[in-house]
Design a protein around this ligand. Sequence first.
Ligand code: ATP
Ligand code: MG
Length: 566
Amino acid sequence: MEEKKLVLETEEKTEEVVSKNFIEIEIEKDLAEGVYDHVQTRFPPEPNGYLHIGHAKSILLNYGLAKKYGGKFNLRFDDTNPTKERTEFVESILEDVKWLGADFEDRLFFASNYFEQMYECAVKLIKKGKAFVCDLSAEEIREYRGDYNNAGKESPYRNRSVEENLELFENMRKGVYQDGEKVLRAKIDMSSPNINMRDPVIYRVAHMYHHNTKDAWCIYPMYDFAHPIEDAIEHITHSICTLEFEDHRPLYDWVVRECEFVNPPRQIEFAKLYVTNVVTGKRYIKKLVEDGIVDGWDDPRLVSIAALRRRGYTPEALRKFVELVGVSKANSSVDYAMLEYCIREDLKLKKARLMAILDPVKLVIDNYPAGQMEELEIPMNLENPELGSRMVPFGKELYIEREDFMEVRPSKYFRLYVGNEVRLMGAYFVTCTGFEKDENGKVTVVHCTYDPETKGGSSQDGRKVKGTIHWVACETAEQAECRLYENIVDEEKGKLDENNNLNLNPNSLTVLPECYVEPELAKAKVYDSFQFVRNGYFCADCKDHKEGHLVFNRIVSLKSSFKIQK
Ligand code: ATP
Ligand code: MG
């Protein structure tokens, strides 16, 4: 965690020092030394899948840095590889970035719009004798490259003349060659200890349709060549990427230098975000979707941004999470519980605390007048009076949670059992008098009597009760479906089995079709979220929730709940 607030106490004053992360230190150094006079960052997703929590970190980091230094933030689709890209992903990424609040204003760019400039850069390199057309096959190029212990071998085509290279490269563009027949390579150093510098391929022939440029091109630039040029064209100052690109940085610097960009960008790497007990790799998520194990890329058990949104996470909670995690140079996994902590903290004061019964059993108040209903005023959130209150109907027959009644009282159990008095939240004290069972021994009705002198939930005579339970009046209850989630992977077995398949948790989804909620919840719109008292935070599902069919996803449970020892 880099962002720590330290309080330094000196004799005269107390001053707060905010320690900076290593990227901020670098940026401030660059600004102080006049390397740059502004800050410009970008988020460069490849539109080949949905964004996940790791991308959220990258987005918020880049956006946050631009904002902090009065700079600008660009969104750029790195769409230089036509094989995997789809318009569907462009749309979902746009939605996710906007939802996170990373405002790119009018700076939405597509790397494919720079193809002409990239081509010109390649021509410039050829003219400088810094690039050549190579006829080796992909296989041969790999062999010639050598490895960590052995220097590479120069291609026999390395010394083609500038004129010949210009002509061949132009022919590549014109479609004279088949895929794989020729490539353009940077001429750097086949004996470099950094394998990325051993005459890397910078253009390949690929007769493919591109989602943006359509059939205009049959040659496409490689990532290591295209990316620095995209950054330079957009006057990016700090090109922030993840650690696996550290070894590519010399090539990044070589490209911007040899292409003679003025005031070129610099690359800074940070560690990827990993979260325990969840699946982030596109490959695994894709398989879960394709195998029908999850309900699409936005299944609430996933941590794609769309899934987090559907589950009920908020941009504020994700921002808080990213801030807590900090920026680091060392790969590590963050505990999923931290994410849960962030959403609880965000919703705690903002959301109404309403009553919903997930596993209902009937409670009949035998001394309450039959046919009578009354309305009780109950605050929305005791910790936040600004949310006001609502009227909750109360009557003779209520639903309560099945686990709030016990035929045989376990120790330390203070809820309903015959002879015990409890508080019905915001209503009355009731004393359990008996119960009924069906032929299978299942409790069907619990009976009690109420004390009319305890309206509002407190007694006149100072009598105390140890248990408070929630309830919903049968007559006005709305039926709802609630969905409860656990980790999609089996925590105990570990994420992967010996064949690299995911160890799935068979209980990752529990659907409770017959829950009862108080009438207030009938007003819920998709994405609205609430605390269901004692049961956790829930969010109206964006796909299936509608008037007449209420569907709530559990975002997260409340932290400490008493569990009966079985
Ligand atoms: P994945 O393979 O997980 O889908 P990717 O790196 O292929 O990720 P890109 O679309 O190429 O996805 O990445 C866009 C940006 O997001 C890059 O700058 C990349 O470094 C960053 N990024 C990707 N994964 C993470 C992560 N787990 N944590 C932080 N940043 C990430
Ligand atoms: Mg990628």
